[in-house]
Ligand binder design. Structure first.
Ligand code: ADP
Length: 169
C-alpha cells in the first residue's frame, strides 16, 4: 500500500455545492489525495434529484483539473469502502450545531466498526454555512438563481433540469 495520506469525503452530493467544494479544497491542504465518495442508495432515504451516475459525472467534471481528487460512487458500509481504498481519514463538513449530533454519532459508530479510522470535521468559509444541496434544489425548482452557490458544471445540470432561471437568465 502506498504511504500517501488519503482522505475520504463521503456524502450524497445531490448536487455538489460550493460548500462541499470548500471542504474538498481545505482537505487537500491536509492530505495527498481526497476521495469524494458519492453514496448510492443512501442510508437515509433522501429524495434525490440526480442519479448517482449523474452526480459522479458532474463532480468528476468539477475536479477534472485536480489530479489529487478522485470521485467515485459507493454503496454499503463506509468503513469497508474506506479500508478497501486505503483511506483512514473520513472528512465531514460541519455547518452549524444542528449538524453536530448526527455527525458525532456517525463518527463514533464508524470508529467502533473500524478502530483505525479517524474522523475530522471541517468548517467551511462562513459564507457557505447556510448552503445545502436540498436548499439549492429547492431554490432552483422555484425558479431562483443558484449560480452563486454551485460550480459551473453543476449549474449547467441544474439549468437542464429546472430551466434557465437557475442561472439567473
Ligand atoms: P449526507 O447525505 O451524507 O449528509 P451531503 O451531500 O448532504 O451528504 O453532505 C456531505 C457532507 O458535506 C456532510 O458532512 C455535510 O455536513 C457537508 N456539507 C454539506 N453542505 C456543506 C456546506 N455548505 N459547507 C460545509 N459542509 C457541508
Amino acid at each position: 500500500m502506498s504511504d500517501q495520506r488519503i482522505a475520504i469525503y463521503p456524502g450524497s452530493f445531490d448536487p455538489l455545492t460550493l460548500g462541499h467544494d470548500d471542504i474538498v479544497r481545505r482537505s487537500l491542504r491536509l492530505v495527498d489525495r481526497v476521495l469524494v465518495a458519492i453514496a448510492g442508495t443512501a442510508t437515509q432515504m433522501k429524495d434525490s434529484t440526480f442519479s448517482v451516475d449523474e452526480r459522479v459525472q458532474v463532480t468528476q467534471e468539477v475536479y477534472a483539473d485536480e489530479p489529487r481528487v478522485e470521485v467515485v460512487p459507493f454503496e454499503g458500509l463506509l468503513v469497508d469502502f474506506a479500508r478497501q481504498r486505503g483511506a483512514r481519514l473520513i472528512v465531514r463538513g460541519l455547518r452549524a450545531v444542528s449538524d453536530f449530533e448526527y455527525e458525532f454519532q456517525m463518527a463514533l459508530m464508524n470508529r467502533s466498526l473500524w478502530p483505525e479510522i479517524e474522523v475530522i470535521f471541517m468548517a467551511p468559509a462562513s459564507s457557505y454555512t447556510f448552503l445545502s444541496s436540498s436548499l439549492v434544489r429547492e431554490v432552483a425548482h422555484l425558479g431562483g438563481d443558484v449560480s452563486a452557490f454551485v460550480p459551473a458544471p453543476v449549474l449547467r445540470e441544474l439549468v437542464r433540469v429546472y430551466g434557465p432561471a437557475a442561472s439567473g437568465a
